[in-house]
Design a binder for this molecule. Structure first.
Ligand SMILES: C[S@@+](CC[C@H](N)C(=O)[O-])C[C@H]1O[C@@H](n2cnc3c(N)ncnc32)[C@H](O)[C@@H]1O
Length: 367
């Protein structure tokens, strides 16, 4: 089976200080937990159980996949919510949950720390488990074999940095920057086009794997309406990380060429961009699309917030940085990053806006 070549960039594994396990509270509260009620409602209202489960069948296996699951714990929260919602739905539709078994597939890149994921699997679960390694822009499952797909905080990661952005002869060359918001408009355009291509491939694979009538729940970080990429905190912070790399190059700690050839492979799309690609694909109906409400998180005093933001960035980007520049620069880079964020007004200036979390519920249309 052909793989889609992807720069594999899993979040940090293990359970150390900078692991994803210990630095994924934002994603837990603002994405996975904030989507809980919507997923419950979606399963209650939009899943036609009779299509999949016959009251007369001796047993049925219901298959659920979480794509881009990382190492936990958020994936287990999402899966547990889906299973509980299904149990309620089966019971309200008069189906016996005793004859239905749940098979859950946890997917991420082959280089994801699946050992940590497997160690954290809850013992009291009501489902069977399998790990499915591989990039989700290609096929992962047999045709029409999955009933429900979940994917949170993963679709904004691109399969690659657009080639033009690192091509010295292209108007989209992003010299001296690592994010797309501050260069010529061609840089932003190249990223937007890469995002659209990647999402097309993702949907193309899922359209084959999801059963007709099956549901796909996506939580995608996105640019809020009326916000420019430069106003987006996470992109602006990417700009700060880039300026730290430039400082290190000026001090001779790394080469300018290495900085010029490094760009972050992530893109925050708008709701319109996402909808346009989904409609172009044509195999899914958009059953629901809305911004999630962000519950307040106690982020402590400014020192605690600084360290939280730095660890969050490090948990997500350390692997990429090590691969490109070498492990020896990582501590120094993130020390500089924390200092620069502290000196900037980013954590308090209301002119900077966080990305929003878009909840999208798709149903595989009947062919
Ligand atoms: C920020 S983590 C999100 C983890 C979890 N879903 C959550 O909501 O907390 C993003 C995960 O998506 C995975 N990911 C990104 N692109 C992927 C791809 N093309 N195929 C499989 N996994 C991918 C990364 O490896 C990473 O573990």
């Amino acid at each position: 089976m052909a793989c889609v070549p992807t720069r594999s960039l899993p979040a940090n594994g293990g359970d150390g200080l900078y692991s994803y396990t210990r630095n994924s509270t934002f994603q837990a509260k603002w994405g996975v937990e904030a989507a809980k009620a919507l997923i419950k409602e979606s399963i209650a209202e939009k899943l036609d159980t009779k299509r999949f489960v016959s009251p007369l069948a001796a047993s049925t296996t219901f298959c659920i996949a979480d794509l881009g699951c990382s190492v936990g714990p958020n994936t287990f929260i999402a899966v547990q919510n889906i299973i509980e919602s299904l149990e309620v739905k089966f019971s309200s539709d008069g189906l016996s949950s005793e004859t239905t078994e749940f098979q859950v597939f946890f997917n991420d890149f082959t280089s994801n720390d699946f050992n940590t994921l497997f160690k954290l699997i809850p013992c009291d679960r009501h489902y069977f488990v399998a790990g499915v390694p591989g990039g989700f822009h290609g096929r992962l499952f047999p045709k029409a074999s999955i009933h429900i797909i979940h994917c949170s905080y993963a679709l904004h990661w691109l399969t690659e940095v657009p080639k033009e952005v690192v091509d010295k002869d292209s108007p989209a060359w992003n010299k001296g920057r690592i994010d797309y918001a501050y260069g010529p408009p061609e840089v932003h355009e190249a990223y937007a086009a890469q995002f659209a291509r990647d999402l097309e491939r993702f949907l193309g694979a899922r359209e084959q794997e999801l059963m007709c009538g099956g549901l796909m729940a996506l939580v995608v970080p996105c640019l809020l309406y009326g916000t420019t990429a430069q106003q987006c905190t996470l992109i602006a912070m990417g700009g700060v990380l880039g300026s730290c790399l430039i400082d290190m190059a000026i001090e001779g700690l790394l080469s300018e060429n290495d900085v010029d050839s490094f760009n972050l492979p992530r893109y925050y799309a708008s709701q319109q961009e996402l909808e346009a690609v989904i409609k172009r694909n044509g195999s899914f109906s958009i059953e629901r699309i809305e911004l999630l409400d962000r519950p307040k998180i106690n982020r402590g005093n400014i020192t605690e917030r600084l360290s939280m933001v730095t660890s969050y960035f490090r948990a997500l980007l350390e692997g990429l940085i090590k691969e490109h520049f070498g492990a020896e620069i990582v501590d120094g880079l993130f020390d500089r990053f924390e200092k620069k964020i502290e000196e900037s007004s980013m954590l308090s200036d209301p002119g900077y806006k966080s990305p929003g979390e878009l909840f999208i519920l798709l149903k595989r249309t009947v062919a």
